[in-house]
Write a protein that binds this ligand. Structure first.
Ligand SMILES: Cc1cc2nc3c(=O)[nH]c(=O)nc-3n(C[C@H](O)[C@H](O)[C@H](O)COP(=O)(O)OP(=O)(O)OC[C@H]3O[C@@H](n4cnc5c(N)ncnc54)[C@H](O)[C@@H]3O)c2cc1C
Length: 385
């Protein structure tokens, strides 16, 4: 049993850390406060091959693997949570799904651009009345003999305002319930698409989110991913990939809180000594470290299983759940240890606190992950089927 990263993965981790410190850190607070999406930095990530980790060379990738992309995404989130979103929106979501289910034409059309970030992606599952209950979505795609005609509204879609391609899930035949859901790689320049940004949100201010409306949008047959009726299965597989990216984000934020607290607790003095000397603060610091290390081990194991081609749905849910919880626990402790300075915008802790919350919500809430884990344990529904 080995717990060490290989030399190659250690190099990847270091390169990602150096990149985040050099390219993201200098303007992180300014970008966040301005709600500025840094496409230029995302493009630099693409040039370095960050989004090609899970895509073969023939389509512009480098096949470094799921553990490699997880390590990179973690390092981005450790500096700016918003900057780990592109790992899901380009690589783990659209690119991975198109690779698996797209025809040759669709792969050639989108994969090289998603890898080098000259194209941006998004995935559209959620609707105003369909969140955790994905199957209750109402978006329809009806074949008219020439194209699928897409109608519906997708809400809370990350990258909606900047995406070139969207993975869209819609019913082609709602009469057979989830067996009638299909998945499409939709060109966002298609007619009948409007996008409205969602600007008022708690955190991840530099990550654009919006509502996409499809009104009689024609989608060619080649854009269908897999077969008609495979959409729900494709969606669950996609979430199983993108949950790794979310978990990496939560882990990065948790670590950022530890980094901040260790420095501050040694600098700030009260009652004539550094606040790190107080046992109640030490208790929080110890718990932050242990919870974060547990999150890291769960996540790296899930990503490793995926690279090994072994079942990993259960392990991915455990990692997604615990990384989200660890991020929130650590952000809460960091806020307490920083006191009023944590509450101010002078230090990054308020941003960590805001950004941590999304990791308990997106791509299957903490409850949904616990549901998957408990159902598996109780033998009601095995996660690794
Ligand atoms: C910042 C942000 C970015 C997002 N990006 C995307 C994106 O790119 N693409 C996309 O498709 N969606 C995206 N989403 C949507 C996100 O995936 C959903 O918000 C999430 O799946 C939860 O759905 P909901 O918010 O409708 O909550 P609901 O499903 O309404 O749940 C409300 C509460 O009830 C609980 N609950 C629901 N069902 C159960 C159950 N069976 N058992 C126990 N508890 C339950 C939930 O855990 C939650 O606490 C994003 C959301 C946010 C906030």
């Amino acid at each position: 049993m080995h717990f060490e990263l290989t030399e190659e993965l250690l190099d990847v981790q270091k390169m990602a850390r150096d990149f985040a410190l050099k390219e993201i850190a200098p303007t992180v607070d300014e970008d966040d406060k301005a709600h500025r999406f840094r496409r230029d930095i995302v493009e630099k990530m693409g040039e370095l091959g960050f989004f090609g980790c899970v895509i073969p060379e023939e389509y512009g990738g480098n096949e470094m693997g799921f553990l490699a992309i997880t390590l990179i995404a973690e390092q981005m989130a450790r500096v700016h949570s918003s900057m780990r979103l592109p790992f899901n929106m380009n690589a783990l979501g659209p690119a991975q799904t198109i690779l698996r289910y797209g025809n040759e034409e669709t792969k050639k059309k989108w994969l090289p651009g998603l890898c080098d970030a000259s194209k941006l992606g998004c995935f559209a599952i959620t609707e105003a009345n369909a969140g955790s209950d994905v199957a209750s979505m109402k978006t329809r795609a009806i074949w008219d003999g020439e194209n699928y005609i897409l109608n519906g509204d997708k809400m809370w879609i990350s990258n909606a305002t900047v995406a070139d391609v969207a993975l869209v899930y819609a019913y082609t035949d709602p009469s057979v319930k989830v067996k009638g859901m299909s998945a499409f790689a939709v060109d966002m320049k298609s007619p009948g698409i409007t996008v409205e940004p969602i600007t008022e949100k708690l955190g991840t201010w530099s990550a654009p989110v919006g509502v996409i409306t499809f009104e009689n949008t024609p989608v060619p047959k080649e854009a269908l991913l897999g077969k008609e009726g495979q959409g729900f299965k494709i969606c669950m597989e996609q979430l199983n990939d993108t949950r790794l990216g979310c978990a990496a984000g939560g882990l990065g934020v948790a670590q950022a809180c530890i980094d901040a607290v260790l420095q501050y607790a040694n600098e700030r003095e009260q009652f004539g000594q550094p606040i790190g000397k107080f046992q109640m603060n030490q208790d929080m610091i110890a718990q932050m470290i242990v919870k974060t290390e547990a999150a890291r081990l769960l996540l790296y194991k899930a990503a490793w299983l995926k690279d090994e081609g072994k079942p990993h749905t259960l392990e991915t849910s455990m990692a997604k759940y615990w990384c989200g919880e660890a991020a929130n626990f650590c952000a809460d402790c960091a806020m307490k240890i920083y006191g009023s300075y944590g509450y101010s915008e002078e230090y990054p802790v308020a941003r960590y606190y805001r950004d941590a919350k999304s990791y308990q919500i997106v791509e299957g809430t903490s409850n949904i992950q616990k549901f998957i884990i408990a159902q598996d344990a109780l033998g009601y529904r095995k996660a690794n089927r």
